[in-house]
Design a protein around this ligand. Structure first.
Ligand SMILES: Cc1cc2nc3c(=O)[nH]c(=O)nc-3n(C[C@H](O)[C@H](O)[C@H](O)COP(=O)(O)OP(=O)(O)OC[C@H]3O[C@@H](n4cnc5c(N)ncnc54)[C@H](O)[C@@H]3O)c2cc1C
Ligand SMILES: Cc1cc2nc3c(=O)[nH]c(=O)nc-3n(C[C@H](O)[C@H](O)[C@H](O)COP(=O)(O)O)c2cc1C
Length: 782
């Protein structure tokens, strides 16, 4: 077999090593345009987990790499004169040059041919090769040559960055967030060998301009950075090596394989440097390719296996990198945070590290986070304990005069079980048990303001006395038997009305017994859905009055809070999104126009709803569709509602149009809550694939939301919050009938939690930094 590898970076060299080990007879050549020791950049970083992989696949190169590595365990966050250190991270740094020399040496040993100073510009010269590996890096000539086939998407990010080096020793992966007269600068720095550290500087485009960095030479900009960070560099200078300022390209390729050619490493996909995974991805691509080549009967089949088997993992890493880079791009959102909360945000930005996880490895840090959170709550007039602070989830919150005892919320969920809009016994048990289960706040399902405002024949309503009486019974039960507050969500289905019950065909039009629908514009949801009538002014007035009448009935029922549903493509949402609003009058066109009617309805309800009771609005912060609402629009929407007197924005997403492309994942809507909360400066509730109390605490402690709602988890577990309270040892109300159960679960939780933590600590392999520290510990210290 003949294999040609274009590019002698980590991806190309490691692929050569693994393929040669597998097929000693194969003729494998790596073509590299640079000289053997001619490499730009300074250090690379790997996690312990990545090194475990290298150990498994090629022990000799692994041993040499790890002999050369600098190890560290801590991440240090410097912000506004403070430093917070968190241990247990297990990272290793190595010079990129050393890494490449080790891989070159190992490849040669195995019999790979390395051809340096050989710039390849045409794959035709490898017509006789069985496999051509395109590992030619981020600016891949071959990916771009076959652009129509590989279909790369290049998302050039807005921040500027430059990669430099220094002789400054560092004993932790160091983030420095530096205020300057021009704006914020960030340094990501780590030591990669004795007396050598990598420094990546990052800033936003405006700060870059204001700081006069445009047009400076590499040396001049290094001098400027050295001035800004001189308090930390202690007289160590900054070194340059092709250290020009650039914008990071996030690259995703639609296809990775063409005939017998395959893209590897940065050529196929990149991951932002803030999660330090570029070289890891490149070398793990090589591992995946080698695995596929070992198992599949033909090269063709192997390349298909590689692409299909590897894509999900790469996309997961890219998603984490995206979340991380967005955090750094918007660091100004958090600039006025308490430093410990800021540091917590840095640590947890990419979802892998959480509140519980940090509690295990840095309990003092988490205690400081809890204390800072509790102090903020105390500053709002709550008499909470700051010496032994409860976890953020169990801190109270006040909206107007309504106080919720904890921050866990039952999200609105249609039960599709009402008769003519009247909630029945099912609803009493459903809401009642969730209130007793401990959630601080319960939302009703979307309760419709008129018969023709319903989504389905099973939706609840609040337009007549019978419904009002039924809701009063539920509200009274909640208030009499729990500490939970209950919020009424009012909505109008708009063009999604007259559809089937969820389990009979979500959003599908009713075949019989339907009613006429209305919307901002006459656009059907599905092509075969009913075409809604475009609302005229008379319809607008009628529906507005229905909302007001339902709000007044809600007050009569005793609800503590009111939410206006402006999300998910229902009537009011259909005005806000340009995808569903094509009006040419003053209710269409600009966002301000599209918001006019929803704001009018809100204002009328706000005027009718008691001033001491809070109101929220639910929005879809993105339509997940081209031309639709984006996070930036959501900030403007939240601001407009904020000015109209909204106390909380319930940040959901999507469900506006059928062809949306949501990116699901754990806590997938939380970044939108974060953006709305910290840009519009308004309280938010986040929701969406949040399933654990750990996630709730992580979100709250990082300042990404004020309340956290869970929908589906509450369907199967009404006592979610009670269980979490037992786990964290937090105070929670419980009806006297259930006290023996509460006492038992609290008692058992102490032991269960201790067992769990012991197991986690025992089960956790030592990091390489810990092992090295043990190996070098003086005997006298034993
Ligand atoms: C600022 C910054 C910081 C980073 N920090 C880290 C980090 O801490 N940890 C980490 O893991 N990763 C880091 N990376 C990413 C890392 O550098 C890359 O992801 C990794 O090197 C990708 O490996 P590769 O083999 O795919 O590409 P490269 O390392 O780019 O290798 C491609 C090779 O192909 C050669 N080549 C290109 N075209 C041709 C041609 N036509 N003919 C012959 N040869 C050719 C090039 O000369 C080059 O040697 C960082 C990147 C940047 C920009
Ligand atoms: C069965 C069901 C019914 C729902 N009904 C409503 C509703 O009436 N009003 C609303 O705003 N959202 C509704 N939603 C959306 C949820 O409130 C929530 O935003 C969504 O399920 C994501 O949260 P989760 O991942 O915790 O389930 C419903 C969700 C489910 C699963």
């Amino acid at each position: 077999m003949k294999i040609a590898i274009i590019g002698g970076g980590p991806a190309g060299l490691y692929a050569a090593i693994l393929l040669k080990k597998q097929r000693p007879q194969a003729e494998i050549t790596v073509y590299e345009r640079n000289r053997a020791d001619d490499t730009f950049g300074f250090g690379v970083v790997f996690s312990d987990a990545t090194l475990d992989n290298f150990e498994k696949y090629d022990p000799p190169s692994y041993r040499r790499i790890t002999q050369e590595f600098a190890y560290w365990d801590d991440i240090a966050v410097h912000f506004r004169g403070t430093v917070h250190r968190v241990g247990g991270n297990g990272f290793c740094g190595c010079s990129r040059r050393t890494l490449l020399l080790i891989l070159q040496e190992r490849a040669r040993e195995l019999g790979v041919t390395l051809k340096f100073e050989t710039d390849i510009d045409d794959e035709a010269r490898f017509a006789d090769a069985d496999l051509i590996v395109l590992a030619d890096g981020i600016n891949s000539r071959f990916r771009d040559k076959h652009i129509d086939h590989f279909q790369p998407q290049v998302d050039l990010r807005s921040n500027k960055f430059a990669w430099m080096g220094s002789t400054k020793p560092l004993d932790a992966f160091t983030f420095i967030f530096q205020e300057t007269e021009w704006g914020p600068f960030i340094a990501h720095a780590y030591q990669y060998e004795a007396g050598r550290s990598t420094w990546i500087f990052e800033t936003d485009a405006e700060t870059f301009q204001r700081a006069g960095l445009e047009g400076l030479s590499e040396q001049q900009s290094a001098d400027r950075m050295a001035e800004i960070f001189d308090w930390f560099l202690d007289g160590h200078s900054l070194m340059i090596n092709r250290s020009m300022w650039r914008n990071f390209p996030m690259i995703r390729s639609q296809r990775w394989v063409k005939d017998n050619m395959v893209l590897l490493g940065d050529a196929k996909a990149t991951a932002h440097f803030s999660i330090g995974s570029g070289t890891k991805l490149a070398m793990e691509d090589a591992i995946a390719l080698a695995d596929a080549m070992a198992q599949a009967p033909t090269v063709d089949a192997a390349l298909q296996t590689y692409e299909h088997g590897r894509r999900e993992e790469v996309e997961k890493t890219q998603h984490a990198a995206d979340v991380s880079l967005v955090w750094f791009e918007h660091v100004d959102r958090f600039w006025d945070f308490d430093p410990v909360q800021f540091a917590f945000g840095v640590m947890t930005r990419a979802k892998a590290i959480t509140y519980d996880n940090l509690t295990l490895r840095a309990p003092e840090f988490v205690r400081e986070v809890d204390t800072a959170f509790a102090k903020q709550v105390r500053s709002k007039g709550f008499d909470v304990d700051i010496d032994k602070p409860a976890a953020p989830m169990f801190q109270p919150l006040r909206l107007r005069e309504m106080e919720v005892a904890n921050r866990a919320v039952v999200s609105p969920m249609c039960m599709y079980s009402a008769k003519e809009g009247v909630p029945g016994d099912f609803h009493l048990v459903h809401y009642g048990s969730r209130a007793i289960g401990g959630a601080g706040l319960i939302f009703t399902e979307m309760t419709c303001v008129g018969r023709d405002a319903r989504i389905t024949p099973g939706c609840t309503g609040l337009w007549n006395d019978e419904q009002q009486a039924a809701w009063t019974r539920i509200v009274d039960f909640v208030h009499a038997n729990s500490a939970a507050k209950i919020c009424l969500q009012l909505g109008h289905a708009g063009r999604k009305g007259a559809t089937k019950l969820m389990w009979e065909g979500m959003d599908r039009p009713l075949e019989q017994g339907g009613w006429d629908t209305i919307s901002a514009s006459p656009l059907p949801y599905f092509p075969d859905s009913q075409v809604p009538r475009e609302m005229d002014r008379a319809a607008m007035d009628r529906v507005k009055q229905e909302f007001v009448a339902a709000a007044l009935r809600g007050e009569a029922c005793g609800f503590d809070m009111l939410e206006l549903h402006c999300a998910h493509g229902y009537l009011l949402a259909s005005f806000i999104s340009p995808l569903t609003n094509q009006r040419t009058d003053e209710y269409g066109g600009t966002l301000a126009n599209r918001l006019r009617y929803p704001l009018e309805v809100f204002a009328a309800m706000r005027a009718a709803w008691p001033a001491h009771k809070p109101m929220s609005v639910r929005i879809s912060a993105t339509d997940w569709a081209a031309g639709g609402i984006t996070g930036d629009d959501a900030v403007a929407v939240a601001r407009a509602f904020g000015e109209a007197g909204v106390d909380l924005v319930d940040v959901s997403t999507g469900q506006t149009v059928r062809d949306a492309q949501p990116i699901y994942g754990r806590m997938f809507q939380t970044p939108f809550s974060d953006q709305v909360r910290n840009e519009a400066r308004i309280a938010t509730m986040c929701v969406g694939n949040i399933t654990t109390a750990d996630q709730i605490n992580t979100i709250l402690a990082a300042g990404r939301a004020d309340l956290v709602a869970l929908a589906r988890p509450h369907l199967v577990d009404p006592s979610f919050t009670m269980r979490a309270a037992a786990w964290y040892g937090a105070d929670i109300a419980c009806p006297p009938q259930y006290l023996p159960g509460k006492e038992q679960i609290f008692r058992n939780s102490v032991r269960d939690r201790q067992d769990f933590e012991d197991l986690k600590i025992k089960g956790k392999p030592k990091t390489r930094a810990e092992l090295k520290a043990e190996a070098t510990k003086p005997l006298a210290a034993e």
